[in-house]
Each structure stands twice: as C-alpha cells, then as structure tokens.
Design a protein around this ligand. Sequence first.
Ligand SMILES: [Mg+2]
Length: 232
Amino acid sequence: MIKAVVFDIDNTLYDYDAAHEIAFGAVTGFAVRSLGLTAAGFRDLHRKSDEILRSRVGTVTAAIHNRLLRYQILLEQIHAPVFYAPRMSELYWTVFLSAVEPYPGLTACAAALKAAPLLVGIGTNMTAMYQYAKLERLGILQDIDFIVTSEEAGSEKPDRRLFDCCVEKAGCPASECVFVGDSLENDALGAQSAGLLPVWLCTRPPENPPELPAGVRRIGSLAERPARVGGL
Ligand SMILES: [Mg+2]
C-alpha cells in the first residue's frame, strides 16, 4: 500500500529550463553592461567558474549549485570586485522565481494526493533556501509534509542517501514510497535502486525514447489522474 509520494522539483513541478534561460539572460545583460564582457565571454567564464567550483568543493554536494560562489569565482577570474557577486546572485534568483510557473495539474495533483490521504514529500538536488522559495512560488508549500534537499542529505541523487532520507522522513518502508521525477537516471533509477517505486515524468519524450526499465512507470504530465501520478 502506498503511503507517500515524493517529488523532485526542477523540471518536474515546473519548467526549470525556461526559467533558467530567462534568468541567465538577465545576468548576462548585467555582465555586458557592468563588467564589459561579451555575452559569449560571460558564458565561457561562467562555464569555467562552474568547473572551478566543482573542483574546489571536491564532492557532489549542494554547494556546487551555489550561484553566489560561482559568480564570486567568475569575478575573481577577471579581477573584478566581488562586490558584484551578491548583486548578480540576487538578480538571477529574482528573475528566475518570477518566471516559475507550475506545470499543468500540479496544484490539483498535490491537493488530491493530500486528500487521499498520502504524505507528499520533496527529494531534490539543491540548497534548501531556493527550493523553499520555488515551492512557495509554485503555491504548494502548504501541501508538503517533508522536504529532503541534497544540502541536508549530504549527497545528490542518484546517490541512495538522499532517497534513504526521504524514506526515513516518510516513516514507512521504501516499498510504500513513490518517487516522481523527470530524470530517468537520477530520479527513477536512483529511487528504484533505493527500493522506492519509480515514476518517470517525461514531459518531452526524446525522439528515440529509451526502453523503459522494468518496474519504472512513465507519465507524460502531472495532469494525469493523481492516482496514476502516485503510482496507485
Ligand atoms: Mg529534475
């Protein structure tokens, strides 16, 4: 019997790629105006800063997503004042959050799962602060019973520690927890190897979709019947 349904956030509850593109464009504009960089130059520096950050952090934990650190490293590379780093981070997140819109069916899906009644959880690779801000913006924070971020778990999906933490918070066996996410590898297969029931949300089917691994349920939208989303 299913007791809990746990959701990834980015590209599962809303279109992360679209929001990121808009926010990244805003920060690029800032860099062109205030730092004298070209858009292409900023993109290259951004990529290099990301590599430096990952290498310094040394492990795959939530700190690798910290945009303040990434912008700080970027500014240090061009000997520009780190004074700009918090401004760039704030600009990115302000624009990003204003661009976040729930996927069709999200609100109804969360409400129906709560009414079932099932526990509704979050299992996400990212720092807690902005994941909370996204859930607030999406209007579903009040429906969430527990949240696991990679910042708290100390590891990122598909590492099973994050899934184990979700199961611990759900307070039931892993076999009674559904995990819904857009990444076949990080979400569905990661959840499955930790013993949860995997649901792969595939909103943009690839031209040559991979063969669905045994035990993985595939859905195309959160607007499908909530019971189906919940794997019931
Ligand atoms: Mg995702």
